[in-house]
Design a protein around this ligand. Sequence first.
Ligand code: GLU
Length: 397
Amino acid sequence: MTSLSKKVDTIEESQTIAITSLAKKLRAEGKKVISLSAGEPDFPTPENVKQAAIRAINDNFTKYTQNEGMPELREAVAEKFCRDNSMNVTASNILVSNGGKHSIFNALQAICNPGDEVIIPAPYWVSFPEMVKLVDATPVILHTKEEHGFSFTADDLKPLLTSKTKALIINSPSNPTGSVLSEETLRGIANLAAQRDFYVISDEIYEKIIFDGNRHFSIGSIPEVQDRVITASGVSKAYSMTGWRIGFMAANEEIVRRASKIQSQLTSNASSISQAAALEAIKGSQSDVEKMRLSFQHRRDLMMNRLLKIDGITLAKPGGAFYFFPSVKGLIGKSHDGRVLENSSDVASYFLMEAQVALVPGTAFGSDGYIRISYAYSERELTEAVDRMAAAVSRLG
Ligand code: GLU
């Protein structure tokens, strides 16, 4: 048989998706697995949003929309970016796509040429480097440190800049660490981007899930760099709408035109029904967003205290999103039944096999020695999971 794509051989399967699927399979086989692996809010989609979708179906709003997204939704997203993010955009700066992932991939396709370099701070979300490879560009990893709260500054970026640097991808609040980049840091990055001429793709999908009175700051709101920042966000996390697949980007009109051209050949518009639902999510009552945010903050505090009691696990308090990224370096080198835990993949497998708790190893996010725990789950599941993990750790020798 003739050969298949070599490019596909160079990329990894998404570990967040793979481990979540494995946990579902084990549960279907009757195993009592608690999965803390998916970055997916456990709340139902708000009632007003569901009703808007039902209305859209009953009104036969079930055909193609404009490729870029229905005009009312682009308008509403632009208003949201102006109001909530202090950005200066209109509907012509907005492209609605099939989820935040699609928006980021569209952005990369719109700006990258073969051989370009794209800087990605690690720990990174699993899909960033693979998407960069898929557009024939090269991911350049900036390793951030736990003792710096997984944050970084413009000075840390400087040694990685070359004549091939096309873009930097940032994600604040971060998946997987929950760290939040300060306004000062973002202003420093913006200055550097303007001086050294690179784009910034800012993934702000967790913008509404931010704690302790902190305010989300959008780098795209800085006038000097507004044309070189592509802001990606969506309704999945803030409105618990992961399955509806609606993401959007805000960018300069030329980038939106290019990304829209690509989208017109690949997927066309995002689902009309989901767009109607997203419009209600953005324009309707925001009270559920705040309720969910408070609930995530409460779960973070509950879990923090319990996790810190487990010997060998240390962690920093996340400022946003709904993930812990604890160090499990204290467990590496320990053993059970003669099997030594050599890295974070072994630790994650140990928790899956011995505690029946599914987690994602740090290796998937470019940082061995850590695991990612999503706390977008019920308090009952979370406390049961930590109890099981603590018991499993006590069996290590
Ligand atoms: N972003 C979520 C996560 O990291 C959903 C899965 C995915 O798209 O990777 O778990």
